[in-house]
Design a protein around this ligand. Structure first.
Ligand code: PGA
Length: 250
């Protein structure tokens, strides 16, 4: 059976001291609790290399929260996929709702990001999800279809197949304590599964994660949803005990 994936997105939080301590505590917790899942953390990029340094035995995987849509060159403030590769960063998030909705990223630039990452053999966790308004007006499937269509434009064009991961995160569930009902999740993941099958021309193996207000209390039941292979965790990944508790319960 393939490993479950537990990903922790730290967002724009912490400082050098607290980030190293958090990573150390997570590594320790994984060893102590004999956790066999694939654990990936996404610290702020300025701390990536310091954390890589304390993870020499590669107990965890380390990912970047963002990447430039462009190749190296005159682009002030950006970090390219080749720089991530050079620093041996294995994963990158693309399309997180905060980047789509607060930082105005669109499907076109996200497509470019996916392409740059694939060219550099960095695994993509691509986030999709509907806003509260879209959810209330029953446009979830329409929105997910559009987001997936755009993702597969890049995936089907890239020659490299490196096992993309899709994280379904309803925007209204992120940081709110709200989660979809079991029935809604089963319906939506069924839809995502079928849509991926339809667009996935190269038959690349694609895993699906759930994200949005995951906690030690709800992790187990969320993982029971058909087609869910793991969780993307925000707030609860900033507290080592909660994060390890989630890893232990599933
Ligand atoms: P949350 O965030 O777990 O704090 O809801 C999830 C995410 O943004 O990935």
């Amino acid at each position: 059976m393939s490993k479950k994936i537990i990903a922790g997105n730290w967002k724009q939080n912490g400082n050098i001291k607290s980030s190293i301590k958090l990573a150390q505590d997570i590594i320790l917790g994984i060893k102590k609790n004999n956790i066999k899942h694939e654990v990936i953390i996404f610290p702020p990029s300025i701390y990536l290399l310091s954390i890589k340094n304390i993870n020499k035995k590669e107990i965890i995987n380390i990912g970047s929260q963002n990447v430039s849509a462009y190749n190296d060159g005159a682009l002030t403030g950006e970090i390219s996929a080749t720089m991530l590769k050079d620093s041996k960063i294995q994963y990158c998030l693309v399309g997180h709702s905060e980047r789509r909705h607060i930082l105005d990223e669109n499907n076109l630039s996200l497509c470019e990001k996916v392409s740059r990452l694939r060219e550099n053999n960095i695994k993509v966790i691509y986030c999709i999800g509907e806003t509260l308004k879209e959810y209330k007006t029953k446009r979830t499937k329409y929105i997910l279809n559009k987001q997936l269509q755009s993702l597969f434009k890049s995936l089907n064009n890239s020659k490299r197949s490196n096992k993309a991961i899709i994280a379904y995160e309803p925007v209204w569930a992120i940081g709110t304590g709200l989660i979809p009902s079991a029935k809604e999740l089963s319906n939506t993941f069924g839809y995502i599964h079928n849509t991926v099958k339809r667009y996935n021309e190269s038959n690349e193996s694609i895993k699906l994660l759930y994200g949005g207000s995951v906690s030690p209390e709800n992790a187990q039941s969320l993982m029971k949803t058909q087609y869910v292979s793991g969780l993307l965790i925000g707030g609860a990944s900033l507290i080592a005990k909660k994060f390890i508790d989630i890893c232990s319960t599933i």
